[in-house]
Design a binder for this molecule. Structure first.
Ligand code: 9Z3
Length: 367
């Protein structure tokens, strides 16, 4: 693949003038406004966390699309750590079906949920697998059996969480329920890069125009934490084939346009004094700091967090105008489970540092 510089670049305004908005955009934004204003009244800061990869569909009736590697690990872990500070309400703008705060600990690939459970019979406390019955390997669920704590084929059986998993799951469940009852997490899903950009603009604008009971704006108390892996290229909707692209004519050439760099508009127009954190991903570590400095220069925001594909879970670099700071998990600590049963995560250190920086940003705005 080669980049072809001849096509004119889309500006952010041209992009939004030409690409259709996602359905239900207005409903989403109305809910965001209610969420932001309620949490401002409760004295919270508000952070928009973007997470996961963006797709570029090749067809309108989409059979195939371009995607990237991100599972939303960074974004979902970060959202959770922002919530754990107690100071932030979180708008979690994420790729549909990617990892989510809290439930991410039991994803099918890292900690298959069903493997943590066992069936226990009340009579003899036996732990037995269900036996095949009447020729069915998996007996059908009787219609009346709706209680989630009772095994459908045996009313004397209960589902238990295996002991080593009980304490961490209980603590996580309590945190999750607290977050739900406080109403401090609002999630919105996107799939395509177009949807992502429309929602990013819409949510940022709502955050900067929302007012608390006294009429104060969120201003510096807003943070924008842009961890989603955003496609650099897209196909303008006018050129996307309506139906499935047919094979049989040899190779397929696709011409893609560059996605507009919206960070400038975000800083200058949408985010109104908010604290903007962007991420820079590279595979060649030598490019990381020069590219991050270039982004700071071009967009004028507060900090770029650089990471490489290979080491992103263990080291990141905070690049600010005043200099760079590496944040690392030491080799001997990687993958280790702490006293609370949780694996040490770099996002905890990232959020701790950002919270302090954000406090400085808020304080520096007070006359
Ligand atoms: C990141 O760099 C994120 O940290 C990762 C997280 C996507 C690497 P995972 O989901 O990965 O935990 O597996 N995000 C930003 C990547 C990006 O698209 N940045 C743009 C760029 O580098 C600028 S905003 O040009």
């Amino acid at each position: 693949m080669s980049e072809q510089p001849e096509r004119p670049l889309f500006s952010a305004e041209e992009f939004f003038a030409q690409q259709p908005p996602p359905p239900q955009l207005e409903e989403h934004l109305e809910q965001v406004r209610e969420f932001v204003e309620r949490n401002m009244n409760a004295g919270k800061r508000v952070v928009l966390v973007t997470s996961g990869g963006t797709t570029v569909p090749l067809e309108q009736n989409v059979v195939r699309f371009l995607d990237n590697f991100s599972a939303g690990t960074r974004g979902s872990a970060s959202a959770e750590h922002f919530l754990r500070t107690g100071n932030y309400a979180v708008i979690f703008l994420h790729r549909q079906h990617s990892l989510q705060p809290f439930s991410r600990h039991y994803s099918h690939s890292t900690n298959p949920f069903l493997d943590l459970l066992s069936v226990v019979h009340e009579n003899n406390k036996d732990v037995t697998p269900v036996q095949p019955k009447d020729g069915f390997l998996f007996p059908p669920v009787p219609a009346a059996s709706t209680s989630s704590s009772v095994a459908p084929t045996d009313s004397s059986a209960q589902i238990h969480i295996s002991p080593p998993h009980l304490a961490p799951m209980l603590s996580l469940l309590q945190s999750y329920q607290l977050v739900k009852s406080l109403g401090v997490l609002h999630s919105i899903a996107f799939t395509t890069v177009d949807e992502y950009l429309w929602l990013l603009r819409g949510v940022s604008r709502v955050m900067s125009t929302a007012r608390d009971k006294e009429g104060n704006a969120l201003g510096r108390r807003g943070m924008y934490y842009l961890a989603a892996a955003v496609s650099d290229f897209f196909i303008p909707s006018q050129r996307v084939s309506e139906h499935k692209i047919q094979s049989g004519k040899g190779s397929l050439s696709i011409e893609m346009d560059q996605v507009p760099k919206v960070l400038k508009a975000m800083v200058d127009e949408w985010a109104n004094d908010g604290f903007v954190v962007s991420f820079k991903l590279e595979t060649d570590i030598k490019l990381l700091i020069p590219k991050a400095l270039g982004a700071l220069d071009r967009y004028g925001h507060q900090v770029v967090i650089g990471n490489t594909l290979a080491d992103r879970k263990y080291e990141v670099v905070f690049v600010e105008r005043s200099g760079e700071t590496w944040v690392r998990i030491a080799e001997e600590e990687r993958g280790k489970v702490g006293a609370d049963g949780a694996v040490r995560e770099i996002e905890e250190d990232i959020i701790e540092r950002l919270e302090r920086m954000h406090s400085g940003w808020i304080a520096s705005g007070k006359v």
